[in-house]
Write a protein that binds this ligand. Structure first.
Ligand SMILES: [Zn+2]
Length: 459
């Protein structure tokens, strides 16, 4: 049982849906057993015994979810950003990922990543590891220790990959996957769980996909992969799978695209209307990764069409296709590329508003953990629930942001302060970070500034 019970006071902002932002200038959030009980204009009497954590005047927002990231690529982020996807994979990504066979290297690299994740604004992530079981286990253990919530996937790839990063056969890949699941599911992790991670159709044979479908059903695992990212890649999939009706169908035919399988597909930049309809109907989440799509010349994902079609959508950094891990940055990138799409590609697709981008990076992606968490944290302890909102029932993931350094000659509304804090995002302004009600990070200077728990006015 989580014993995180408190009331947190501050200038609270969270989404009440894709288009609306709720703002309470002086709000009182209630956290009971790590779960939000809602936001109130004054402390509710029934929680009068809960200690008050007073962040009056500071912005308090839900934690952010990175729906798509490659943990081993963090080591070379912001390098080779002048290449296209397939060239970049072959010259930089695959050689780097091959290094994770060496656990010492993996530990050095993953330590840097996990420290940075802990100090940034994201509280949850879906992480690709590599094909290597020991390194995937190491990463998952480090994530668990960090207090962040994550799904970590040992990657499957048995074709069209360099020898240094290609599993010997479908059978070898499936056997390694079973070994990894046995190890992962044997741990008593609270915040970390495995997720099936076939890299993408070009690197997974039919036999491998068939076998993964069997494993998925046996263990009830969620799935994380790539879909319709880049035009050359889509043409390649058409060559590899001439019998399918499209890229999405190459997953769907193995029952590995939504439906009863909680699924995240990164990108969907080139998904046509039929594929978008299929994804929406099967409840697949699109991880919209605008910075990566720009860096790797992939295109501009039709985020407006996703939303209009009722698709589930969140944001991803896609590090190291994206150089920045912060989902605040992904929010601003999503707005910017949507404006370019409206101006240059499709005038009918209205650009995203700030409210929509904020929703995508919080509750949009955070809702994935409701269905997927329940799928793997069976029986024993309570797994993570949905995050990204302070509505009652959401896990209490929260960031406290001190934006007092962003001076303004005239007073700004809380909503405008939030927009500016997102656009000018600086991790040094995150003075406290809670995940499932636990304080996992706070700035040292905050120790002198935080008022000790005290009685709220009027109690
Ligand atoms: Zn990716």
């Amino acid at each position: 049982m989580n014993t995180s019970n408190f009331v947190l006071r501050g200038s609270v902002c969270y989404s009440a849906g894709a288009e609306s932002l709720l703002v309470m200038d002086d709000g009182f959030l209630v956290c009971e057993d790590g779960v939000s009980k809602g936001c109130f204009p004054r402390p509710p009497a029934e929680y009068k015994n809960f200690p008050l954590v007073d962040y009056s005047g500071k912005l308090v927002v839900p934690g952010l979810t990175d729906l798509h990231m490659h943990a081993p690529q963090y080591s070379f982020r912001a390098l080779a950003m002048d290449m296209e996807l397939l060239e970049w994979l072959n010259t930089h990504t695959f050689p780097e990922e091959a290094k994770y066979e060496d656990l010492e290297y993996a530990e050095k690299a993953y330590s840097i990543l996990v420290k940075d994740l802990k100090e940034g604004p994201n509280t949850r992530a879906l992480l690709f590891a590599t094909i290597h079981v020991p390194a995937a286990m190491l990463l998952a253990g480090m994530m668990e220790e960090s207090g962040l919530v994550s799904f970590v996937g040992k990657v499957n790839m048995d074709r069209n990959s360099p020898a240094c990063l290609c599993e010997k056969s479908a059978g070898a890949s499936l056997a390694a996957t079973r070994e990894w699941l046995k190890l992962s599911l044997g741990k008593s992790w609270k915040n970390t769980a495995p997720i099936l991670t076939p890299r993408f159709i070009p690197s997974c044979s039919d036999e491998l996909m068939k076998g993964l479908s069997v494993i998925q059903k046996e263990f009830g695992l969620p799935l994380h992969s790539h879909l319709s990212e880049n035009r050359k890649e889509c043409a390649w999939v058409r060559e590899l799978c001439p019998e399918t009706s499209g890229y999405g169908n190459a997953y769907e035919r193995y029952d590995l695209a939504g439906g009863s399988v909680p699924t995240v597909m990164a990108h969907c930049v080139w998904s046509d209307d039929g594929e978008i309809k299929m994804l929406a109907e099967r409840g697949v989440y699109a991880a919209h990764c605008p910075q990566s799509n720009t860096n790797l010349s992939s295109g501009i994902a039709p985020a407006r069409r996703f939303l209009d079609a009722g698709m589930r959508v969140g944001l991803g950094s896609d590090v190291a296709g994206g150089a920045h891990v912060s989902i605040f940055r992904a929010m601003t990138d999503a707005i910017q590329v949507s404006k370019l799409r409206q101006a240059l590609v499709s005038p009918d697709e209205k650009a995203l508003t700030f409210e929509e981008a904020f929703y995508l990076g919080t509750a949009g992606g955070g809702s994935f953990f409701a269905a997927a968490g329940a799928a793997v944290h069976k029986g024993g302890q309570k797994g993570p629930g949905p995050a990204g909102s302070f509505e009652s029932g959401f896990d209490f993931d929260a960031l406290v942001i001190d934006d007092s350094g962003l001076a303004s000659p005239s007073p700004l509304s809380v909503r405008d302060r939030l927009e500016r804090a997102v656009y000018l995002s600086d991790n040094r302004n995150i003075i406290a970070k809670y995940v499932r009600g636990n304080l996992i990070h706070s700035l040292p200077r905050e120790q002198t500034r935080t008022k000790p728990p005290q009685k709220a006015p009027g109690r």
